[in-house]
Design a protein around this ligand. Sequence first.
Ligand SMILES: Cc1ncc(COP(=O)(O)O)c(C=O)c1O
Length: 361
Amino acid sequence: MTGRPRPAIAALPAYRPGRSAAAAEADHGVVDAIKLASNELPFGPLPSVAGAIAAGIEHLHLYADHGASALRQALAAHVGVDLDQVAIGAGSAGILQQIVLAYVDTSEEVAMCWPSFEAYPVFAMLVEAEQIRVPLRDEVFDLPALAAAIGPQTKVAFVTNPNNPTGTVVGTDEIAAFLAAVPDTCLVVLDEAYNEFVDDPRVADSTPLLQQHANLVITRTFSKAHGLAGLRVGYAVGHRDAIAMIDRTLVPFAINELAQRAALASLAAVDEMRVRVAMVIEERARVRDALRTRGWTTPDPQGNFVWLPVGDVASDLGVALERHGVVARPFPDVGVRITISDRAGNDRFLAALDATGVSPR
Ligand SMILES: Cc1ncc(COP(=O)(O)O)c(C=O)c1O
């Protein structure tokens, strides 16, 4: 007997990360596969960030600063909020899990639109919460329907902007209307993991909404635009009372020394980061147009990925792309998500898509 794990944990599906290029190579006998399955940047760390990481190595015999105070301070200044309005976590996934642990008890409700980030249900199941899943409307978060689904038992509602996997956004005005409609007994978590890639003018800075809504927490990450997915740094911005509760659920020293140093250096190099993001945005438009020219339906992409809502051929298309050396992210019976890479990587994706023989839909 291996002790007595909680039944809820035994029943929990493991979080499903994107498949590696090596797995596709082994399965299909292809060489030099490219992974476009986890919405990572195609670039390594900026030189100043790599330098900061190297300089941190000699400190690794010490525990890092549990409160990540220097990074917290820099982020507070960057976002324009007070120091006690920022929490740092191990990736924004870490922060999102902390939020659910801090706010949701067994049998209470977590609300979201669906499909969305696959970790939300896992976190809800971890605390044995009920899930309210409101269907997207035309691939977009349906905020009026989500607001209508929130009841007295709903403790957390996720709004993902841009949404993963569809890449669509809702306008800041719509989020403001949603917040006005939601009771303040429900914490609204605005997940902005892909915020830096947005160029839709309907989306403005969301942080001013914090002034009117103490039940709003905004989460962001260094994994996507900053290209530091492997180091695990994310953050939440919100009311100081909410932040204090979120901080209580942080695993001791969860934000490691190299991660803190790298995130600080990356914030200091935000202009260089924006140049890289601009390249991704330009490539994204090129891939979107290339897909549409070929006859594929794809909603306007606002993250660092495109979405093909192909329904029941999603799994087959995922396998067919792998056979042509491109690892995408199929969502069975819903669609396939493909990360934007550099020009060469994107051309490989488009060529692989053509070679699958799957007709555009
Ligand atoms: C919508 C969304 N939120 C949060 C995350 C978590 O990212 P990380 O934990 O690397 O910050 C992801 C990762 O793909 C995501 O797609």
